[in-house]
Design a protein around this ligand. Structure first.
Ligand code: SF4
Ligand code: SF4
Length: 176
């Protein structure tokens, strides 16, 4: 029984090798050849702008609080008109595990994941990205979303009269 098991154990790996000998190789010659990641691949993080070209990030610290490895840091400040933004914003990609929790937590869709996976470097400090390296000129995903038009400005109209808002329930109408 043990002899048969040994023979089987010797033949099986050869059989696996033989089977794959005539298959098309899956190896690609990176970096000359690039691989296209899956559409929902979670790669390098970016900060985006709203359709007006303004920074979406309002420095609310939610992404930093949600991050399980504590690799996002920033300093909040305000413009003269009261709009908040991050004076500096830093992501340490050497600690990031690309879980996407920061993007889930962000109420303004400012922080987004891209398909860029080319972050490797021999210099550890080069993977600490500052705001100017993170902030892009475009809107990224959900290009039409503008947090400030919906929630960032003072309420001028009565409840239910703002764009996309339903009128409030008449609580008297629910009485028996
Ligand atoms: S992807 Fe995950 S680990 Fe990376 S910064 Fe966001 S929350 Fe932190
Ligand atoms: S990226 Fe989003 S969650 Fe993080 S501080 Fe800016 S607005 Fe808040």
């Amino acid at each position: 029984m043990s002899l048969w098991r040994d023979i089987k154990g010797t033949i099986q790996p050869f059989w696996v090798t033989l089977r794959y000998l005539f298959c098309r190789p899956v190896t690609i010659c990176y970096p000359e050849q690039k691989q296209t990641p899956a559409p929902r691949y979670r790669g390098r993080l970016i900060l985006t702008r709203d359709p007006d070209g303004e920074e979406r990030c309002v420095a609310c610290y939610l992404c930093s609080a949600a991050c399980p490895v504590d690799c996002i840091s920033m300093q909040a400040t305000e413009r003269e008109d009261g709009r908040r933004y991050a004076a500096w914003f830093r992501i340490n990609f050497s600690r990031c595990i690309f879980c996407g929790l920061c993007t889930e937590a962000c109420p303004t869709l400012a922080i987004q994941m891209t398909a860029d996976y080319e972050l490797a470097t021999r210099e550890l400090l080069q993977v600490v990205y500052e705001k100017d390296e993170l902030l892009i000129d475009g809107c990224g995903k959900n290009a039409q979303y503008n947090f400030y038009r919906l929630a960032g400005i003072g309420v001028a109209a009565p409840r239910g009269a703002n764009p996309g808002e339903s009128p409030p329930e008449d609580i008297k109408s629910n009485l028996p």
